[in-house]
Design a protein around this ligand. Structure first.
Ligand SMILES: Cc1cc2nc3c(=O)[nH]c(=O)nc-3n(C[C@H](O)[C@H](O)[C@H](O)COP(=O)(O)O)c2cc1C
Length: 380
């Protein structure tokens, strides 16, 4: 299949992955209203075409959190990413480095931090979920520091995991017994490319960062069930102090969808926020991030760095989000589809595609630098 877009990588991922993994990536919570909204709201935003400006030299680079970035894009945290290609997080961090953008490692990655650090040659970002055992949390943050992680993303929109119908139907959720194992093994057997690359050669299949406290039962058996019992739903703004005591680098709070919470994040001393609804995977029915972003950026955009994610599939979407007030974006499904479809090369390719799409959008909105992108790029 000739790949021209993120959408093609999605098709390829669907073909290559066993359904329990594809549906896990692709799906959202409940009726998937917010998941659809994220994409639809972005598509609806009309870019304002302007012509006969000198757009011969377009510079897509930016600087965020004291880091030079080739594009205003980071690879967002994705749990279980390593199940989509052999030792997937290792491949993804290398792709991000090749392109010159940050990679974020999820707490619930397959490869542990030190394995990813060994594959990386530059600092990457680490995403933290608050797990009940604070001693373990401290040790995890120490590991991130020792691995040279530059920036911490603290995700706050998952006190409990949202219920995803597709995970129940596909056999990922609530199927920890023999029957569940058999279903997943059967699905794997019907996808021999994946079964060899990941099922056999990609072992061990664990949540690498939390395996030390969990032993063998590290969550893949009933991933969502595991999250329900181990994530700390009692966390409040006060717990940011705990992170601050243990982490002195840039701290970004991910999962903000309301201007009041954005202000609270600024007051709590966060360096950045990610306007996010977890890709429509948590509270179904909340607004699309493209709808929530403008008011949030207006409320706090001069106090901290506003990033956004949700529904971004093209370079045009990146420009739309910057025009709505974000300083940078995180990709979610876009990079994981590509990882599943083509490993490291796939992730590099999809980023090149998005880069090219950004160039055309900038050329035809008459902008040559990222800091020139603002509301006037949009038809209002
Ligand atoms: C398969 C999958 C796993 C995810 N795992 C995590 C995670 O471990 N931590 C986190 O903060 N966000 C996680 N997210 C949310 C993403 O970081 C991001 O917010 C979301 O994917 C953005 O929406 P998009 O996929 O439509 O671009 C996950 C998303 C997906 C699709």
């Amino acid at each position: 299949m000739k790949i021209a877009s993120t959408f093609d990588y999605r098709t390829l991922a669907k073909r290559r992955l066993p359904p329990f993994l594809f549906e896990y990536i692709d799906g959202g919570s409940y009726a998937e209203v917010t998941l659809r909204r994220n994409v639809a709201e972005l598509e609806r935003i009309a870019l304002r075409q302007r012509v006969l400006n000198d757009v011969d030299q377009i510079d897509l680079s930016t600087r965020l959190f004291d880091e030079d970035m080739a594009l205003p894009i980071g690879l967002g945290p994705i749990g279980l990413a390593g199940m989509n290609a052999r030792r997937g997080e290792r491949q993804a961090v290398r792709a991000a480095e090749k392109i010159g953008i940050p990679f974020t490692l999820s707490t619930v990655s397959c490869c542990p931090i030190d394995e990813v650090a060994a594959a990386a040659s530059k600092p990457f970002w680490f995403q933290l979920y608050m797990i009940r055992d604070r001693g373990f949390m401290r040790a995890l943050i120490d590991k991130a520091k020792a691995a040279g992680c530059s920036t911490m993303i603290f995700t706050v929109d998952m006190p409990l995991p949202g219920s995803r119908y597709r995970d129940v139907h596909s056999g990922l959720a609530g199927a920890s017994g023999l029957l569940g194992q058999f279903r997943r093994a059967w699905q794997g057997a019907l996808h021999p490319g994946w079964a060899w690359d990941v099922g056999i050669m990609g072992r061990p299949h664990q949540l690498g960062n939390v395996a030390p406290v969990l032993g063998h039962d590290s969550g893949l058996e009933d991933f969502l069930g595991w999250m329900k019992t181990n994530f700390d739903a009692s966390v409040t703004w006060k717990d940011l102090d705990f992170i601050r005591e243990n982490w002195d680098g840039p701290l970004i709070i991910k999962g903000i969808l309301d201007a009041e919470d954005a202000k609270a994040a600024a007051s709590a001393g966060a360096d950045g926020i990610v306007v996010s609804n977890h890709g429509g995977r948590q509270l179904d029915g909340v607004p699309a991030t493209a709808s929530a972003l403008p008011a949030i950026a207006e409320a706090v955009g001069d106090q901290l760095t506003v990033l956004v994610d949700g529904g971004i599939r093209t370079g045009l979407d990146v420009i739309r989000m910057l025009a709505l007030g974000a300083k940078g974006v995180l990709l979610g499904r876009a990079w994981v589809y590509a990882l599943a479809g083509g490993g490291q090369a796939g992730v590099e390719h999809v980023l090149r595609i998005i880069e090219t799409e950004m160039r055309i959008a900038m050329a035809l909105t008459g902008r040559t630098r990222i800091d020139q992108i603002d509301r006037t790029c949009l038809v209002d």
